[in-house]
Design a binder for this molecule. Structure first.
Ligand SMILES: Cc1cc2nc3c(=O)[nH]c(=O)nc-3n(C[C@H](O)[C@H](O)[C@H](O)COP(=O)(O)OP(=O)(O)OC[C@H]3O[C@@H](n4cnc5c(N)ncnc54)[C@H](O)[C@@H]3O)c2cc1C
Length: 475
């Protein structure tokens, strides 16, 4: 970054652990907002890992603020104009078009996780973010003045704030929760695959995927769904299959499963699904889904260490929001740290900023997580007779409070008000301040792990004014 473009420096030192989308967003935004940031990542080198990932309009607008990034993401992004929902036997139930959503909230970026990640990683480097690869964080610590990490080999690094963005197996959770919290199985796993669409294009029964623009089709069956996507002008093909799985979880993107395992799950499904399987290289990625009820808190007692992204709140894929919410976290904490430093700042203000970050994010994320449970239940328990009469019942909910949201503008707008409540109630409890930020109409999504929707408890005291403010959307 040219000297003249540098933002005013806040003097706040931030360590970010992890270069997933949460960590990179936090780092880029901290750099943009004038904090001094160091990123630590255990991987020794960048690899194009993963397959399909989705960024909704709420996070796509954040990418567009980073010069040159959207232009690089666009040609790699799927641009299907609709998703078609079918029964597992192949009957078309609903075609949900994206045009309206796009006009209202803006475009999405859906594409290969590794390709997108490389673009964002390179952008972070280009703007001067310091990233130390091959640096595994073993432990976290904090005292009244500082927070820090211990890296493999024993080196201790300190800063004013540590942002733990190390995904579902977060080590930062121990200092935040006060105990070792092991990830738990969600009862579901996802088979995943990404390959060249060459063979798909040769078969008369599947070549339609590669013609006339990108395609996105989901087949729904009892406790299973299979989603296929063809993108990059018919070049690349990807599918994911979410299914019941009771195995012990060992959350890792390196886990593999033979194609035969997916064949068993999808036995008897639509012949088009069988044809896709015929063309799929073995083995598949076997991603054991980690999911948990919301953690009681994402921030350490000393208010200098914050969990963000999957470290704080793993998402079900059916929410289509995991990566977007991770990015929103990263932007929000960077804004809070800048707001706290206005007028000089002090160590005490940094602790307020971390508490404000949690208060601003907590209820929104909880509501967003819940949408994943709802869609999974709607799809996996679909009554196809009823769905034929009312296809809209299967529609993916694409709501304004979620997709029309601008995390950066919201945090800027809400910081002072949130801190005012925290000063009244004390930093030890963010409960009152969280209540300012319940998204409009979402105050019922409190009970996790049970039936979806509506059974609100304990939120009757949230004022209409607070909900209205929390639901503020931008178009
Ligand atoms: C390799 C990989 C591939 C993925 N592929 C997909 C995909 O295809 N589709 C999809 O929807 N989601 C995928 N995900 C998950 C998805 O990126 C996240 O669910 C979402 O983007 C939230 O990101 P996050 O930054 O919170 O966590 P993550 O993306 O999990 O990133 C966490 C980062 O922290 C690093 N890290 C972990 N522990 C330590 C430590 N102790 N010290 C230092 N660094 C550490 C990890 O190496 C990783 O880079 C993938 C994640 C990873 C890590």
């Amino acid at each position: 970054m040219a000297e003249s473009q540098k933002p005013a420096q806040t003097g706040i030192k931030v360590i970010v652990v992890g270069t997933g989308f949460a960590g990179l967003t936090a780092a880029i935004e901290c750099q943009r907002k004038g904090h001094q940031v160091l990123v630590l990542e255990k991987f020794p080198e960048l690899k194009l890992l993963g397959d399909i990932i989705s960024f909704g309009p709420n996070s796509s607008r954040l990418f567009r603020r980073w010069p040159g990034v959207a232009e690089k993401l666009e040609p790699l992004s799927m641009r299907a104009d609709a998703i078609t929902l079918k029964s597992w036997q192949g009957e078309t139930l609903l075609t949900q078009h994206w045009e309206g959503e796009q006009n209202e909230f803006g475009i999405r970026y859906d594409g290969h996780r590794g390709e997108f990640h490389e673009i964002v990683y390179n952008h972070a480097k280009e703007i001067g973010v310091e990233i130390r690869l091959g640096t595994r964080v073993e432990d976290y610590f904090e005292d009244a003045e500082k927070a820090g990490v211990v890296i493999k080999g024993g080196e201790r690094i300190t800063a004013d704030v540590v942002i733990a963005a190390e995904g579902v197996r977060s080590k930062g959770r121990k200092i935040v929760l006060g105990f070792e919290d092991k990830p738990k199985a969600s009862g579901y796993a996802v088979y995943r695959s990404w390959f060249s669409a060459e063979e798909i294009a040769k078969d008369p029964d599947t070549k339609h995927f590669t013609e006339g623009g990108d395609k996105h089709v989901a087949w729904l069956g009892p406790d299973v769904h299979f989603i296929a996507a063809c993108m990059k002008k018919g070049q690349d093909f990807s599918w994911v299959c979410t299914h019941k799985d009771e195995a012990d979880i060992e959350e890792s993107w390196q886990l593999e499963a033979p194609l035969e395992d997916a064949r068993k799950v999808l036995e008897g499904w639509d012949p088009v699904v069988q044809k896709i399987l015929d063309k799929t290289p073995s083995p598949l990625v076997d991603w054991k889904l980690v999911y948990r009820d919301p953690l009681p808190t994402w921030i350490s007692k000393g208010r200098r260490i914050a969990l963000i992204g999957d470290a704080a709140h793993p998402f079900l894929p059916t929410s289509i929001q995991g990566a977007s919410q991770a990015m929103e976290d990263g932007v929000t904490i960077a804004v809070c740290l800048r707001e706290c430093s206005r007028g000089g700042g002090s160590p005490e203000n940094v602790r307020e900023a971390v508490a404000a970050f949690e208060a601003i994010r907590y209820e929104r994320v909880k509501s967003a997580q819940k949408t994943g449970e709802q869609t999974r239940d709607i799809w996996h328990k679909a009554d196809f007779g009823a769905a034929k009469k009312d296809p809209d019942s299967l529609r993916l909910r694409r709501e304004g409070w979620l997709l029309g949201f601008d995390a950066e503008a919201y945090a800027e707008d809400q910081y002072a008000r949130t801190v005012a409540v925290l000063r009244r109630t004390g930093l030890a409890d963010t409960g009152e301040a969280r209540k300012l930020h319940v998204p409009e109409g979402q105050h019922g999504y409190l009970e996790f792990g049970g039936e979806s929707g509506g059974k609100g408890k304990g939120k009757g005291d949230v004022s209409a004014e607070a909900r209205a403010v929390a639901g503020t959307a931008v178009s």
